[in-house]
Design a protein. Structure first.
Length: 352
């Protein structure tokens, strides 16, 4: 099966072609095009109206190039998978509307794919062993989810953020430190200039939110995370600094250590409770090497941590086509009534 993927949930216009076997269990990325919208750096965040208009002009050329790179004509695809939510609803509408029209023109089926399920499938495009059962951590600009995944399509939510997503925290702290948008890569690079956590002064060693030793399995906060208080602590540190040029890297390291330490602890708890030997990371923050290393250190050598490359960690159509291929193999289809949703529950998810 050959699936064309479309991704327009935020500020990346992407098209990709994935080829899978009849069961959808194994797939290969044949081509992928990602058109980035650097204009949002000027505003320190994504402007929805600008993003939507950019998708309108970029989507058709992206699809044409993805098909050409895969040495395919439009008639050579078997289905179209498109992100239907969650995301910026205007941006999503561009992709969903175009995908439905294109599918109708070609007389091909269209499938709506949940954006976060796409992130779950992304590592398997590079590493076929990144398959269930596993513990999953999805960390992006808008979401932070901790899942137990016994099988594809069977998701048990263990924890989530109670306020801000990890990626959003990186972006806001980067802004406080005078770093460009998106903030994650710049904070990671700056934090790496501080060789050891012991080099960070006590004033910048921020508390890891809701990870106190008194928590036990079954507690409401055992797997959840919260980063609003951490952002406030960083704000106070920046305001209290007498030399921000001297302290900027130290604050970045202290913040990253606290956030990553929190995520690693929560993942470790989930691995121990569920008895998994694999951890799969997804979302834009998943390519942070400090995060990957911290989780590996927490879970130990008996557990393998699978993290996507930077290209597949950020929003891309390859992961959407991959998830769509699996659902297509199960006989699923979305009709002409497929809509776009700013908020959208992950299909197959149940409370832990």
């Amino acid at each position: 099966m050959i699936v064309l993927g479309i991704e327009t949930s935020c500020d990346e216009t992407s098209a990709a072609v994935v080829e899978s076997d009849a069961t959808g269990a194994h797939a290969t990325l044949r081509s992928m095009v990602i058109v980035s919208q650097d204009v949002h750096r000027l505003f320190g965040g994504v402007v929805p109206e600008i993003a939507s208009r950019a998708h309108l002009t970029s989507l058709v050329p992206a699809v044409r190039q993805a098909l050409a790179d895969a040495h395919l004509t439009p008639g050579g695809i078997d289905a179209i998978a498109v992100t239907c939510g969650p995301g910026l609803v205007g941006a999503l509408l561009v992709g969903v509307s175009w995908a439905k029209a294109y599918a109708a023109t070609l007389d091909k089926p269209v499938l709506g794919v949940h954006h976060m399920e796409g992130h779950l499938f992304a590592p398997s495009l590079e590493d076929p062993t990144a398959e269930p059962p596993f513990t999953a951590l999805l960390v992006s600009g808008g979401h932070t989810l901790l899942l137990d995944v016994p099988a594809w399509g069977d998701y048990r939510q263990l924890g989530a953020t109670r306020d801000d997503a990890a990626g959003e925290a990186f972006d806001k702290v980067a802004k406080l430190l005078g770093l460009p948008y998106p903030g994650g890569p710049f904070i990671e690079k700056l934090a790496a200039t501080v060789a050891h956590p012991g080099d960070v002064p006590k004033a910048f060693r921020f508390t890891r939110p809701i990870t106190h030793g008194g928590q036990r399995p079954g507690d409401a906060d055992y797997y959840d995370v919260s980063f609003s208080g951490l952002k406030t602590a960083v704000l106070n540190a920046v305001r209290g600094s007498t030399d921000i040029e001297r302290d900027r890297a130290l604050i970045a390291r202290g913040f990253q250590d606290a956030l990553i330490g929190t995520l690693a602890e929560k993942v470790g708890r989930a691995v121990e409770a569920c008895g998994r030997t694999r951890v799969v990371l997804g979302g834009g923050v998943a390519c942070n090497r400090a995060l990957v290393n911290a989780i590996q250190a927490r879970v130990g050598r008996g557990v393998t941590v699978h993290a996507p490359s930077a290209r597949l960690a950020t929003d891309n159509a390859g992961m959407i086509a991959r998830a769509g291929a699996w659902r297509l193999a199960r006989g699923e289809r979305s009709g002409a009534g497929l809509g776009a949703f700013a908020s959208h529950p992950l299909p197959g998810v149940a409370a832990g």
